[in-house]
Design a protein around this ligand. Structure first.
Ligand SMILES: [Zn+2]
Ligand SMILES: [Zn+2]
Length: 466
């Protein structure tokens, strides 16, 4: 089946220009000057709209077991919500629990996802225990399973935590096999002391989740990760969910020195604050408990993170989508903030929330597309299959209407959550049509996709390695 997208403005990292896009089957077949496409083909009118590569959310946690419960979106509900929001690929984190065989953890994730996804999906691997076996497994995953990135935690002692020696060993392995080490950079050992001290003072409200995870602990861990990667002969390092200015300074300094260091941030760190959301009265703030935490609005984190996105010290905006319902899930932490499941749901709103930065003059149109699609594809070995409107690439295409409006609300969103982290937010733009591998899955506000359409994407190595 062929489809001709006419009258739109194609946007990519290198610029925007009017063009008609021909889709044949699952692929983009050709681009034409406006009106230059073939006759007798079904057309989609994109007049007045941006034609962009489908969003790639490089950081999601569907059905993640955490804090005695499971993230509330399944691969079914979460990828459907992603499609509604213009995201046509997710990279989720498969988990090796401590003591588990890495390949078994991966198999469990395949079992959750297979046949259930509405859009294409790939996996990173969380290593819950670095030892001789898991180091060997890293090679096998890179070579045979299409998994070229591994997440380690400097936080969560006793759960996912790796000590510096384990981190160094995994980095050395990654240096050898070309994989990317993704780091949750917070000093979890010191943070746990602060948490216990706060609780013993009777400080139990959600805001203390943020106050016990000060930015110095993120900056310190970010610095330490960068230096460990240096010792591992410049192993490629990707700092996840960066939220604090001081941590960004560490990344910027490493990049200025020419190091293989990259970072992402998330919409919650670009819009929300410790005071306004996490510090909401009573237990309300539990909705915004996530790690790294929301930062103080009295400092300049938002401004600095937008600047980092412009300057490429922050390469990508991902969501760290890890939703929990307020009722029964977030409520597990009533009377003890340390028992609130960590996570915010946002997979549906990332494309819109970053676009709002374009409207606000904080980001160029081209940089918007780069941070939500092209760079994630390149960073994680999916380019040029994904992340670009070009002949031969998968026909994952979003028509974005700059004249539309999006109002974010739990009433209307498609994520399996009983609240929204962005309730009442108005975006001056709207996802109009979403195409996944040549199939129109969202059009006119209606859903035309199906569970099982999404395929597993084995990934290659990062395009950014030197
Ligand atoms: Zn993390
Ligand atoms: Zn995460």
């Amino acid at each position: 089946m062929s489809l001709l997208i006419t009258g739109g403005t194609v946007v990519g990292p290198s610029g925007s220009y009017p063009a008609d896009v021909l889709v044949e089957g699952e692929k983009i077949a050709a681009l034409f000057v406006p009106g230059g496409g073939p006759d007798g083909v079904e057309t989609v009118d994109a007049t007045g709209k941006y034609v962009i590569p489908g969003g790639i959310d490089a950081h999601t946690h569907m059905e993640l077991p955490f804090g005695g419960t499971n993230a509330s979106d399944t691969f079914d509900t979460g990828t459907r919500a992603a499609a509604f929001g213009g995201t046509t690929t997710i990279i989720d984190f498969a988990v090796q629990r401590t003591g588990e065989v890495v390949q078994d953890g991966l198999a469990a994730w395949h079992a959750k996802a297979e046949g259930n996804c509405h859009v294409d999906y790939a996996f990173h691997m969380i290593l819950g225990g670095v030892d001789d076996d898991s180091l060997k497994a890293m090679d096998q995953l890179v070579t045979d399973e299409g998994i070229s990135s591994f997440k380690l935690f400097m936080a969560y002692p006793g759960v996912f935590y790796s000590d510096d020696g384990q981190i160094l060993r995994a980095m050395q392995k990654a240096r050898d096999n070309g994989a990317m080490i993704m780091m949750h950079a917070e000093n979890g050992i010191a943070i746990d002391v602060l948490v216990q001290q706060a609780l013993s003072r009777g400080e139990t409200d959600p805001v203390h989740h943020g106050l016990t995870r000060p930015e110095a602990m993120e900056a310190e861990a970010t610095h330490r990760a960068i230096r460990l990667a240096e010792v591992a002969q410049d192993c490629p390092l990707y700092i996840v969910h960066l939220s604090a200015s001081q941590a960004l300074e560490q990344v910027a300094a490493a990049r200025d020195a020419g190091r293989n260091v990259f970072a992402e941030t998330c919409p919650q760190y670009l819009y929300l604050t410790l005071e306004d959301q996490l510090g909401a009265p009573g237990f309300e703030g539990a909705k915004w408990v996530c790690s790294t935490p929301l930062r103080s609005g009295k400092e300049h984190h938002h401004r600095d993170l937008w600047k980092g996105l412009r300057s490429n010290d922050l390469a990508i905006v991902s969501t760290d989508h890890c939703p929990f319902c307020f009722k029964d899930q977030k409520e597990l932490g009533l009377g003890d903030f340390s028992k609130i499941p960590n996570g915010i749901g946002g997979v549906e709103h990332r494309v819109d929330l970053v676009y709002q930065g374009v409207v606000d003059g904080k980001l160029s149109l081209e940089r918007w597309v780069e941070t939500i699609s092209t760079t994630p594809a390149r960073m994680f070995g999916l380019y040029p299959r994904k992340g670009v409107i070009a002949p031969g690439s998968d026909a994952d295409i979003v028509l974005y209407d700059p004249a539309g409006r999006t109002r974010i609300s739990a009433e209307t969103h498609h994520m399996n959550m009983d609240h929204s982290a962005y309730e009442g937010y108005e975006i001056a733009g709207k996802v109009d049509t979403v195409i996944s591998r040549g199939t129109v899955v969202v059009a006119g506000g209606a859903y035309h996709g199906r569970k099982g359409h999404g395929r597993y994407l084995p990934r290659g190595l990062s395009s950014y390695l030197v």
